[in-house]
Design a protein around this ligand. Structure first.
Ligand code: ADP
Ligand code: MG
Length: 399
């Protein structure tokens, strides 16, 4: 789960990371009022969306008076901000963060990520901040400092000092850099984050180290341990199909194609999507109903898939190991009776009790297109989607 910059800053500041004074606003007037409360004579108005690259896309504006703040806000509120991280559809701006402008002397990049190959938290830092990490690694790869943290002991001060030295931090600022690194690491590990990124982390004209940007991502599977983090979820920033699925305990990723997939297990979901593409189609989603595919779950999954207007065929691909094909087949039949499904449905079942499962589908009298292998199922789904009904009917006759 992603959170907003202002939320990440509030969390990190609780762990000793210095951030500029700032406040959230939901309207242009409130933003101007907030700026007066913050004081000073220059402010930055920042669109709060779950994506980086806002600066270049017009989502971060420097303002010198009330009028400029209101104008900046009017240009942002209600708009979709399209950055290189949002995809072409962009993300809606419903909140802005107003911050006192900080005089920047130097910008660093600082990131904490889960490094799966070393199975450790990895700190990635560079003295070439301000650019995205992808640009830094393409243009100044030698400037990147990497260090992994031993989980049994956590980040040690000597290690944080080494990172500060490797970045060329001035002697007088090393202890502030160490405090920043230690704070980010503690926030990362105590809150089960999967990513903390500060870009830029700046040295100011008056020798302070301040986080001007902050991004945090959390492990969804650990959110139950951190209700105060789970509360920060902002559904306006998520794909509505994915939010609805998450609310129903299903794992769903919306895609751009036309073939809806209902599958059990993430690996099978990937294989199903690959096979659909191999057969010349495009999946509309990745939907994993998980292990215990009860009829209720299957019905929920159908409802969700059918709510996507792009779906022109649904492929159900279940491999029953712990599950049983007859239960799943009952689920499919029940779902098709409950949910209005006006597109072709292709079902491929394999594993435990597959014959009983097939019988239930056949006896249901519902227009279900059955397939024995995944390739067959994908081809039938693609055939049906292409509205090549003659092909679909011919195949149904063969089954
Ligand atoms: P993004 O990474 O989404 O573009 P940032 O928060 O990094 O957004 O802001 C973009 C740029 O705006 C920063 O690299 C920094 O140069 C400048 N900036 C952001 N916040 C401040 C601030 N409080 N004071 C001065 N400059 C800022
Ligand atoms: Mg940034």
């Amino acid at each position: 789960m992603d959170i907003h910059e202002y939320q990440a800053k509030e969390i990190l500041s609780g762990f000793g990371v210095e951030v500029p004074p700032g406040a959230l606003a939901y309207s242009p007037e409130q933003a101007a009022y907030r700026a007066r409360e913050i004081g000073g004579d220059r402010w930055i108005v920042k669109a709060q969306v779950h994506a980086g690259g806002r600066g270049k896309a017009g989502g971060v504006k420097m303002c010198e008076d009330d009028h400029a703040i209101q104008k900046a806000c009017e240009d942002m509120f209600g708009q979709k901000l399209v950055t290189h991280q949002t995809g072409p559809e962009g993300k809606g701006i419903y909140r802005v963060y107003v911050e006192g402008a900080v005089p920047i002397e130097h910008e660093f990049y600082l990131g904490f990520v889960m490094d799966r190959s070393s199975q450790r938290v990895m700190i990635v830092a560079s003295a070439e901040g301000g650019m995205e990490i992808e640009e830094i690694s393409a243009e100044k790869p030698d400037s990147i400092v990497r260090s992994t943290v031993e989980p049994a002991v956590g980040l040690q001060e000597f290690q944080a000092r080494e990172i500060a030295f490797a970045l060329g931090v001035e002697a007088g600022l090393v202890s502030q850099m160490v405090r920043t690194l230690m704070g980010c690491y503690r926030a990362f590990s105590e809150l089960d984050a999967t990513m903390v990124e500060i870009n830029p982390l700046v040295v100011t004209g008056d020798d302070r180290i301040i986080a001007l940007d902050a991004k945090m991502t959390f492990d969804d599977n650990a959110l139950f341990r951190h209700p105060q983090v789970a509360e920060l979820r902002d559904k306006s920033q998520e794909d509505p199909r994915e939010s609805r699925a998450a609310d129903r305990g299903l794992s769903y990723v919306g895609l751009d194609g036309n073939i809806g997939c209902i599958v059990n297990g993430a690996g099978l979901a990937m294989a199903t999507m690959d096979t659909i593409m191999l057969a010349g189609g495009q999946p509309a989603n990745f939907l994993d109903i998980g292990g215990g595919a009860t009829p209720e779950r299957v019905a929920k999954a159908f409802r969700l898939v059918m709510s996507d207007k792009n779906v022109q065929a649904v492929l159900v691909n279940i491999f029953a190991g712990i599950n049983r094909c007859d239960w799943v087949a009952e689920g499919v039949v029940q779902a098709l009776k409950e949910v209005q499904v006006d597109v072709p449905v292709i079902v491929r079942l394999a594993g435990t009790n597959v014959e009983e499962g097939q019988k239930i589908l056949a006896k249901s009298g519902l227009p279900i297109i059955r397939a024995n292998t995944l390739m067959e199922a994908a081809e039938r789904a693609v055939g049906a989607w292409r509205n090549d009904l003659s092909q679909a009917t011919r195949m149904r006759a063969v089954t």
